[in-house]
Design a protein around this ligand. Structure first.
Ligand code: SIN
Length: 276
């Protein structure tokens, strides 16, 4: 197994392994690479849904998304689907998966099933590097803050997604909820500090009003999305990505109108997050 940086500031590309038949030694190396890079990219895997599931089960415990449809025979595999007639895509803005849960998801394993001819890349951001590069003043300001994360504005009764042509693919309107987490976490495996807020789900800082929160959140978001902390993954048939939701963000480009895109996602359960 070989892992090389994918871009100067974000991700690692893994070669020399097949996830469908990964050995115990390779799994140890993969855990180390995952902890180092935050997001790993794989080519030419051709995982069947069953193999996708088996790899996920070997890596950790699966947690099922509350809102997405799942695939036939495999309720642990969520569909990230955009039909060619649909305008809106799932995950089209920067976010980390399930940050609205008390115990947010550890990781997500995304497998390409149907790809547009061009477009439909997924972008990633490195929240370790973004945290490290903050000014000492900003680090001090956010050091003891907590933030409120929610999904109600997206999946609730009048949520943004419910107003779009994605609505009929989504369930779970009654399962919406909020959670609060430290803004700077100690990553449970690497021990590194990471910024834990995201544009998709973070609403306010705890105890701050909306506008005051918005100003600082926007400043931090502008910082994270600088090119030195981000990368864009171009999907090919057989590609797989595996990201850590505690130290990365992702967003799916919606630049392929009139074409279909289908991905299968398995989400792995995390542990409670603690402040750095
Ligand atoms: C997601 O947000 O999990 C979907 C990412 C993608 O479709 O590229």
């Amino acid at each position: 197994m070989h892992v090389a940086p994918y871009s100067s500031g974000c991700g690692g590309i893994v070669s020399g392994i097949q996830l469908a038949s990964i050995t115990s030694d390779q799994l140890i190396d993969l855990r180390l690479a995952f902890s180092t890079y935050g997001v790993l990219f794989f080519r030419d895997q051709n995982l069947s849904p069953k193999q996708h599931l088996e790899f996920a089960q070997r890596y950790g415990k699966i947690v099922i998304n509350k809102f997405f449809k799942t695939i036939e025979h495999h309720p642990q595999i969520a569909e990230v689907r955009k039909e060619k007639t649909q305008q809106t895509n799932i995950g089209g803005g920067w976010h980390s998966d399930h940050s609205y849960d008390e115990i947010p998801a550890m990781g997500s394993i995304l497998v390409a099933r149907t790809l547009p001819k061009t477009g439909g890349d997924t972008q990633f951001a490195n929240l370790y590097a973004a945290y490290d590069a903050l000014t000492p003043e900003l680090k001090k300001t956010i050091s003891s803050l907590r933030a409120v994360h929610s999904n109600t504005h997206l999946y609730g009764e009048n949520g943004l997604y419910r107003m779009t042509d994605l609505a009929e693919q989504l369930g779970g309107m009654d399962r919406v909820g909020d959670a609060t987490h430290p803004v700077v976490i100690n990553h449970p495996e690497s021990g590194r500090k990471a910024l834990y807020i995201n544009p998709g789900h973070t609403i306010t800082f705890e105890g701050w009003d909306f506008n005051e929160s918005r100003r600082l959140l926007d400043e931090l978001y502008a910082h994270v999305t600088q090119p030195q902390f981000t990368c864009s993954f171009n999907w090919l048939p057989g590609s797989v990505t595996f990201w850590d939701n505690r130290c990365t963000w992702h967003q799916a480009n919606n630049d392929y109108q009139g074409q279909a895109r289908l991905m299968h996602r398995i989400t792995l359960a995390g542990t409670p997050l603690s402040a750095a």
